[in-house]
Design a protein around this ligand. Structure first.
Ligand code: NAD
Length: 376
């Protein structure tokens, strides 16, 4: 079997799907790896590193795409490249399948087995392949650094002969993987941290990190069997906004991470809440790629509100720590391949009755096989 890692096609993408360490591990399984020359440069993995790990460096991308048994990348492929893949090949990447029906159709028509990293089930067994989590963790970390750098204040309390500086206040809205890491990072930097999530189970986790959980009684909320938040009713959203306005007004940094799997993110921070925030404060909207939690946040922009906060809406903040985000993503890809590798047939098992494969394979054998994406 031959795996191919092309350079990412989105110019802003800094990650690479497989790092040299994973190349070596795949080689050890008997799997050959080809890497497009320069694929790792933006994440500081050199061609020489790949070569010494055992990868073949490739200049002819088109030929490599059409001959590979498995293509892995971080972002969805450019549509025109799908038809050139070998029929029966496997393609693994984030696919944004809820918004990419044309891409799914191209995979189906090409006879490719398309694996969507977003759809890896959230089970204990699949945790090692869960790229949404591995990337969200780093995005949560970097959101705090980004906010701290733009804040023009310090985060910890400082008692000095020149006077005492009070700790900055950080409010994290949405305490999933990214939110928990944002809380932990802000605490490490000495900030006073508060947090809110609609899933009540989160309260204990927030407290265990030394932060304060903001209680807002929204009535019945809860979570899905995959651990994702359920969508709130319009009345619940209003209650939540009222409960949060005061906390936002007192905060120096607000970090929003609230997402709804497969649907646009809920708008939580309203125009009035933004207007009520302090001059010089900072909002980081980590949900900006799926529509944003903050009214006025714009993808890949920083918006300075007059006499108010600066709203940072940079998508995929994990890109900014590309060495480690690539390392984590690469481990997810390697774990997937290793888990399904059949050493006897020297092929990847494609038994769709397997819970993980059934969850993340979208097209296979010329058909859309995933229930959620069948067009009937
Ligand atoms: P996510 O990125 O979908 O959402 C981030 C957070 O936003 C979630 O905690 C969600 O409850 C919250 N949220 C949604 N709407 C909100 C609103 N209106 N106001 C405030 N908060 C709101 O979630 P995630 O980070 O991917 O993870 C969700 C849960 O799944 C977490 O408990 C996580 O620990 C769990 N998880 C489990 C596994 C596993 O078991 N293998 C793997 C990953 C995550």
């Amino acid at each position: 079997m031959r795996v191919f890692i092309p350079r990412e096609s989105t110019s802003s993408e800094t990650r690479v799907a497989l790092i040299p360490e994973s190349v070596k591990k795949l080689n050890d399984l008997g799997i050959a790896v080809a890497v497009e020359r320069g694929a790792g440069l933006k994440s500081y993995y050199s061609d020489a590193d790949y070569e010494s790990a055992g990868a073949e460096l490739v200049d002819d991308r088109a030929a490599a795409l059409s001959s590979a048994d498995l293509v892995a990348r971080v972002r969805k492929p450019p549509p025109e490249e799908i038809a050139s893949l070998k029929s029966g090949a496997m393609h693994i990447s984030f696919l944004d399948p809820f918004n990419e029906s044309a891409l799914i159709e191209s995979f189906r028509a090409a006879g490719v087995t398309a694996v969507s990293m977003e759809m890896i089930p959230r089970t204990t067994l699949a945790q090692k392949m869960d790229a949404l989590s591995s990337q969200a963790n780093l995005a949560g970390y970097f959101a705090v650094l980004k906010a701290a750098e733009r804040l023009n204040r310090v985060l910890p309390m400082m008692m000095t002969p020149a006077g005492t500086i009070a700790p900055s206040r950080v409010f994290v809205i949405g305490v999933g993987v990214a939110g928990l890491q944002a809380i932990a990072t802000a605490k490490r930097l000495g900030a006073r941290v508060e947090a809110f999530d609609t899933r009540p189970v989160v309260e204990e986790q927030v407290k265990s990190l030394g932060a304060k959980f903001i209680k807002i009684d929204l009535g019945d909320t809860g979570q899905t069997d995959q651990g994702y938040a359920k969508e709130l009713t319009p009345e619940q959203i209003k209650k939540q906004q009222a409960g949060m306005a005061k906390v936002c007004a007192q905060s120096d940094i607000v970090i929003t991470t609230a997402k709804l799997f497969g649907r646009p993110a809920p708008k939580i921070v309203t125009e009035e809440m933004v207007a009520g925030m302090k001059f010089g404060s900072v909002i980081v909207d980590l949900a900006v790629e799926s529509g944003g939690n903050v009214v006025g946040s714009r993808l890949d922009e920083e918006v300075q509100i007059e006499n108010g906060p600066r709203i940072i809406g940079i998508g995929a903040l994990e890109d900014r720590v590309a060495v480690h985000s690539s390392q984590m993503f690469s481990a997810n890809i390697f774990n997937f391949i290793e888990h399904f590798w059949d050493a006897e047939s020297k092929q990847i098992n494609r038994d769709l009755s397997d819970e993980i494969l059934g969850g993340c394979v979208i097209t296979d054998g010329g058909a859309v096989v995933h229930e959620r994406f069948k067009s009937d």
